[in-house]
Design a protein around this ligand. Structure first.
Ligand code: ATP
Ligand code: MG
Length: 581
């Protein structure tokens, strides 16, 4: 745990505009947040209305909603009015195909404009939107569509051929496959359907508790769960976008999350649009030079990204960052994995402001714990619970659950349910859902601690925490210490069973480009870790790898490294992305 603090005063010129954290906490109410939305008559609520129609009705139809950047650099702009018309066409297409309210509409697409039109058009029609990672193979595509009872799939010709054609017969509920770029056997051409559809549609007056979204978890710890979210969630997306990301109407905002997971929807579609911002969408895969150019050329004000991407930017070297300037950038945030203190400080050096780490899960639907713009940042800490969110550190024993209030005591991170974006269930897994609640708490499955200033520190997922010679060791702490070494780009740490001490700490290290992983470096790294962490916590074993096994959402799959180490089955690896020895 680092003792550094980056004080708010020299971060953000107008941080004063942000509500004071303590003040916001005492005056906050979800009812008031709800009243900031437009709503529909008779207590109805629709995410699509709040994201699009509302702005058009209020005279903001000409504002840019989306700037899409194609792989080749071509720009395509959608105003809020364009988006209203396109999503109306999509909703009309659904109706023409006989698709009714409540039906599940899936996407298997990269960052294409059609993905965003499908998402919002689906919600407009009162149907349920479920995105899938475009990199999924046929198996994970099939299982997710089976679980959710997919009725419609929007995809491309190439993805259809590679991933859907072979499994189609096994999905009797899937009545329509719409291709964004042509036609194949047994599919329909979305473009021609859209061309002949009317561009007005009365948004379905959904109930706040009607299902809107189905999101599968990242599968980091095992088989992904299908978390069910309702229209009411928009209250939290709107509130947290404003309070945590400091998003304001008219801002240019870039969320780099893959659209296949929850961040891509909550903060890659809903929060920015309900606030009236302009979203940048880049079709291409990560590339450091391209990313710096987008931040600069598009004059991005608010940037929401992830630790893996930040670590890759760090790996690309400071000179690349220094060749650009970012006078418009006002706020940077990170989510998805613990953010090493090293990365927070690096951000502060390169951009003049730190990355603001925040914590949440597919289940919580929106940000729960965060470093605020108006708060001192402690690098390596997730920050404090949001206004409207009650968090605690708890211990579960046989006699029930106990809240632990001693500063820095490690326990499970738990939340008091009751915020609008909380999941309403795991689809078809009632028992698994019930197991997540106890004595009035929702149990996150992550271990954390709280310091005497009320900041929360991530320790590890409960499954990943290492018990060695009576110590409880969080992999994140060990990883962060190794990250401070100049040669290191990324680290994953696991525990390996050991007869004498219970478990020993093993680290897998990916090096920066051009660095040779020889015995000298190994020795140096060992010494480096022992000096920083002490002999009890420092890794006993260190091995070099080309990269680390990660999920599509960029999370290190420590359980996979462990299973291999122990010769156990690899389990569900449907979301596995990079994985080179
Ligand atoms: P599964 O539940 O299927 O194993 P997952 O938990 O990785 O997958 P997500 O809901 O996408 O699926 O990820 C949420 C998890 O990501 C959190 O529970 C936490 O472990 C991790 N996480 C997210 N943000 C942070 C953060 N800022 N700091 C530390 N960990 C984070
Ligand atoms: Mg999880």
């Amino acid at each position: 745990m680092s003792n550094d603090i980056i004080h708010k005063s020299h971060l953000i010129a107008d941080a004063a505009n942000m509500p004071d954290y303590e003040q916001a906490r005492t005056s906050f109410s979800w009812e008031e947040e709800q009243s900031l939305l437009d709503g529909l008559p008779n207590g109805k609520l629709s995410i699509a209305h709040e994201a699009i129609d509302r702005h058009v009705q209020e005279g903001m139809g000409d504002r840019l909603a989306i700037r899409w950047i194609a792989k080749d650099g071509m720009r395509l702009d959608f105003t809020y009015l364009n988006l209203q018309r396109q999503t109306a066409r999509f909703a009309n297409v659904l109706r023409r195909l006989g698709v009714q309210k409540g039906a599940r509409v899936y996407t298997l697409l990269g960052r294409k404009p059609e993905l965003y039109i499908t998402a919002l058009g689906t919600l407009k029609a009162g149907c349920v939107f479920c995105p899938m990672f475009s990199a999924f193979g046929p198996e994970p595509v099939q299982s997710r569509m089976e679980i959710g009872g997919a009725q419609v799939l929007v995809t491309s010709k190439a993805l259809y051929r590679r991933k859907v054609k072979s499994i189609r017969d096994r999905l009797p509920d899937l009545t329509h496959i719409l291709l964004i770029d042509g036609e194949e056997d047994n599919t329909e051409n979305l473009i021609s359907l859209m061309d002949t559809a009317a561009d007005t549609f009365t948004t379905e007056p959904t109930d706040p508790e009607d299902i809107a979204l189905l999101h599968f978890t990242s599968g980091t710890t095992g088989k992904p769960k299908g978390a069910v979210h309702v229209h009411q969630a928009v209250v939290a997306h709107h509130a947290t976008g404003r309070m945590v990301l400091d998003l304001r109407a008219g801002d240019t905002y870039w969320c780099t999350a893959d659209p296949g997971w929850v961040t891509g929807t909550s903060y890659g579609i809903i929060a920015p649009l309900t606030i009236g911002a302009t979203m940048i969408i880049d079709e291409a895969e990560f590339d450091p030079e391209r990313w710096y150019s987008i931040l600069e050329d598009e004059q991005v004000n608010v940037w929401y990204t992830a630790p893996t991407a930040i670590r890759m930017l760090m790996k690309a070297g400071d000179a690349m960052a220094k060749a650009h300037s970012f006078p418009h950038l006002r706020f940077m945030a990170s989510v998805g994995e613990p953010l090493n203190p090293e990365a927070v400080i690096w951000g502060n050096e390169q951009f003049g402001m730190p990355f603001h780490d925040n914590w949440w899960q597919t289940e919580t639907g929106g940000i729960m714990i965060a470093n605020y713009a108006s708060m001192d940042v402690k690098p390596g800490s997730m920050g404090k619970p949001l206004p409207g969110i009650n968090a605690g550190i708890v211990e579960t024993g046989e006699d029930g659950l106990r809240e632990v209030t001693t500063p820095l005591a490690i326990g499970e991170l738990a939340l008091r349910p009751g915020w609008p974006s909380m999941m309403r269930g795991y689809l078809h897994e009632e028992a698994r859902y019930q197991k997540a609640f106890r004595d009035g708490w929702y149990l996150s499955g992550d271990l954390a601690m709280r310091d005497s200033d009320g900041y929360y520190w991530f320790v590890g997922r409960s499954d990943d925490v290492i018990k060695s010679a009576g110590h409880l060791i969080g992999p994140f702490e060990v990883e962060s210490a190794l990250m401070e070494h100049d040669a290191v780009a990324e680290v994953a740490v696991i525990g390996i069973p050991d007869e004498t001490v219970g478990e020993i700490v093993k680290a897998y290290v990916a090096l920066k480009p051009g660095v040779v992983g020889d015995d000298d470096l190994l020795l140096d790294l060992r010494g480096f870790a022992r000096k920083r962490l002490g002999p009890a916590v420092a890794p006993k074993e260190i091995v070099f790898r080309k990269n680390l096994p990660k999920t599509r959402s960029g999370k290190i799959m420590r359980r996979l490294l462990k299973a291999r180490e122990l010769g156990l089955p690899e389990g569900d690896i449907s979301t596995l992305e990079s994985d080179e020895q």
